[in-house]
Design a protein around this ligand. Structure first.
Ligand SMILES: Cc1ncc(C[n+]2csc(CCOP(=O)(O)OP(=O)(O)O)c2C)c(N)n1
Ligand code: SF4
Ligand SMILES: [Mg+2]
Length: 351
């Protein structure tokens, strides 16, 4: 938490988006994270994506748990709704808010400790329920806020700052998200804004559970030789399967890619995620093949990044529950409560 508010004044000629906002209108308070922390780059990417998509700040709800990563919603979208929940409990708070008001864009921001340790059960159920959200894990392999203990995503054999090797098997958030039915699954690196911004834009326009695992080095506790979550290690082992362009529904689609090296995924709202294939045989629409590919490349020591899996026709929790189009928080008591006669009928049918 910070109380340092950025000066509101900005240059009158700053570019405005279609919604009439400058990029600065999507910023938050001044970050108190360590200089060079990957999490700050992810905040910048979120700001960029929301500005470019002309999102109305008051139509966003950002939710988080506890950790340096979970502090970051204070540093972006200062004019949006926000709720900093309990450690590991962000997914259930987000699910409840989403059920009450389906009209907002839900942005869940969490850490590897928050989502892969204490909040693992919560993470799992929000994925399998297909909650319409963008769920970002800022993955640094450690509990940064509590001084750098290994988290559940730390690779076996990777070393702590003091040189102690981790003896536990790592938990792969991407593999889990795929297994649990997430319908937009991506991995990226906080140091690669060119890849991360279109991924966030694609996830925002996706209907269903969109999960992005962003490797985000902790410069204070996990950026040394022997770490597999350092800037140097990720840069050396990064294998991108595709490069993305995100094209909003209103934008013209121009064809400037060679046929056979590009696929276009049209999402339900008409937006297009255009993927330039780097691994030519990679098909991000085949869940089983993606899971096999990631296991194989992971065993070879590669950190595979890009849009790994997408189901453009995904159904979300509201569709599965057959809820009304009007957000529940806008319905009157008369519409929400069927009344005592209906209740009596239901009770009678159960006797
Ligand atoms: C119930 C509970 N248990 C433990 C803690 C202590 N704690 C605070 S943050 C944290 C881990 C944060 O790690 P992560 O989610 O990876 O965030 P990072 O700081 O690395 O970004 C822990 C264990 C807590 N705040 N609440
Ligand atoms: S301790 Fe690590 S995760 Fe926390 S702000 Fe510093 S660099 Fe970032
Ligand atoms: Mg962490």
């Amino acid at each position: 938490m910070t109380y340092l508010v950025k000066p509101k004044l900005h240059h009158p000629t700053l570019a405005r988006n279609e919604a009439g906002y400058t990029r600065r209108d999507y910023e938050g308070k001044i970050s108190t994270l360590c200089a060079g922390c990957g999490h700050d780059s992810i905040s910048a990417a979120i700001i960029q994506a929301c500005w470019e998509l002309d999102i109305q700040p008051h139509k966003v709800a950002k939710l988080s748990g506890i950790g340096c990563s979970s502090k970051t919603p204070d540093y972006f979208l200062g004019n949006s709704h926000g709720f900093n929940s309990v450690h590991g409990r962000m997914p259930s708070v987000l699910t409840g808010a989403n059920l009450a008001n389906r009209d907002l864009l839900y942005l869940g921001v969490s850490g590897d400790g928050d989502s892969a340790s204490i909040g693992l059960g919560q993470f799992a159920h929000s994925m399998r329920r297909g909650v319409n959200m963008v769920y970002i894990v800022e993955n640094n392999g450690v509990y940064g806020l509590t001084k750098g203990q290994f988290s559940a995503t730390a690779d076996k054999g990777s070393k702590s700052k003091r040189g102690v090797a981790n003896t536990d098997e790592p938990l792969d958030m991407i593999g889990l998200a795929l297994l649990l039915g997430a319908t937009f699954v991506a991995r990226s690196f906080s140091g690669d804004k060119t890849q991360l911004v279109p991924l966030i834009k694609g996830a925002i326009q996706h209907r269903g559970a969109a999960f992005i695992d962003v490797i985000s080095p902790c410069v204070a506790f996990n950026n040394h030789p022997g770490s597999t979550k350092s800037y140097e290690y990720v840069r050396e082992h990064n294998e991108a399967v595709n490069r993305l362009d995100f094209i909003a529904e209103r934008d013209e689609i121009t064809a400037d890619y060679a046929a056979g090296t590009m696929i276009e995924v049209v999402q339900h709202d008409g937006s297009v995620v255009r993927l330039r294939k780097l691994a030519l045989d990679y098909d991000p629409t085949d869940r089983i093949k993606v899971m096999n590919y990631l296991q194989e490349r992971g065993a070879a020591g590669e950190v595979v990044t890009g849009l790994l899996y997408v189901d453009p026709q995904a159904e979300d929790l509201h569709e599965n529950l057959n809820t009304v189009e009007t957000p529940l928080n806008q319905l009157s008591e008369r519409e929400l409560c069927p009344g005592s006669v209906a209740l009596e009928r239901i009770n009678a049918s159960l006797r």
